[in-house]
Design a protein around this ligand. Sequence first.
Ligand SMILES: Cc1cc2nc3c(=O)[nH]c(=O)nc-3n(C[C@H](O)[C@H](O)[C@H](O)COP(=O)(O)OP(=O)(O)OC[C@H]3O[C@@H](n4cnc5c(N)ncnc54)[C@H](O)[C@@H]3O)c2cc1C
Length: 403
Amino acid sequence: MIDLVIVGAGPAGLGAAISAAEYGLEVCVLDEFVKPGGRLLGQLHEEPDGKWVNGIAEAQKLYYRALQLGVKIKCGVSVYDIAKLESGWCVYTTDQIYETECLLLATGASETPIPVPGWTLPGVMSIGAAQVMGNVHRVKPGEKGIIIGVNVLSVAIARELQLCGVHIESILLPQSSFVSGDSAHPEKMMESLLRLTHLAPSPLIRFGGKWVNPKIGARLYPRNGFKMWGIPIQLRKTALEILGEYQVEGVRIADISATGEVVPGTEKVLSADFVCIAGGLTPMSELASVAGCSFRYIPELGGHIPIHNECMQTNLKGLYVAGNITGVESAKVARAQGTVAGLSVARELHAIKQRADEIIDIAKKEVIDTRRNALIQFQAGIEREREELYDKGNNVFEEKISV
Ligand SMILES: Cc1cc2nc3c(=O)[nH]c(=O)nc-3n(C[C@H](O)[C@H](O)[C@H](O)COP(=O)(O)OP(=O)(O)OC[C@H]3O[C@@H](n4cnc5c(N)ncnc54)[C@H](O)[C@@H]3O)c2cc1C
């Protein structure tokens, strides 16, 4: 039986593998993608101090450190089921069945689609797919693109696409419907955008962004949008339909009021050869659900979250979670959470001989500090919701384990 199997070789999974292997545990990491690194592979951005972060290079550092410590990393392997054993867990994969003392789910997040008329045309993709094409495979998704959905991720990836040499014509809102929800609402999206103004190249936007009230901001928002890196971000325009005969040729758009209603007579067509849909991210928690974890719905963390404590233990013995499966945050937070999870497993298996609690407390503090200093916050209220979850998570954990 292996000490620790980890599902997901993103920053959380690799971070956990490293910290557990540093205490001598036998660790095996499984990932269905062809390369380790998870969503880190697609990331490329400039830090406030001017340094560039290249996700591929960061992922390689984690990968090589894990290999150095003797971690087995298997790519191209999908985990489709897990089951509790009398002692430990059974992991069913497309490769073989693994038995493990402890199991860590670090499966990340998935994108939420927003249906738009015409979205089945060739050339329409999710914003994450465009990121992978550009940054991982070095293939331009097109020459001129329109992004439907204004959020932290769409603006960050628009900039990455621009760095790939792609022209982004516009980032605008989807049309209001029961599926698009808040993402079609100018005031709500103004709130989301204000969390990004510190990244803007213009000092005026960086400074002004701190003081703007989202309601007033949405009302006064310029009809032709605000530009970041020269890309128009339009909160008062909506995408009505993606146009094209055999592939994307453009998008029919219209002006909207501050509360999202289409202004009659304002329709026009913008040309483009590809369209990205950005509906936000949701934790990929299916395996935790199959295992029988308790869940809580927390919109600020991206959706249904397996209940866990600050040591990343779920309410099921030997089952841990880390990274975006516990709530959508940046890669650095995911990695720090992975470290906590790896150390917690090492403590459970008595591999840390001395000061285990102290070592884990330092790693937990690192998660909090990383969260506070994160370059981007996917949602407002993450810190508050985390604290509340951990209060309740700790109780649930104690109740179930002591039975
Ligand atoms: C499309 C997208 C774009 C993002 N862009 C950014 C960005 O630009 N900046 C930023 O800070 N954050 C971004 N994020 C958030 C990003 O996911 C985190 O920052 C970080 O990568 C999360 O780390 P993780 O280890 O939790 O998950 P991930 O990095 O997502 O890794 C999870 C891994 O688990 C594997 N996996 C999942 N299910 C299974 C299974 N059943 N069997 C086997 N393997 C499985 C996946 O293949 C994946 O490699 C993005 C997220 C997504 C989904």
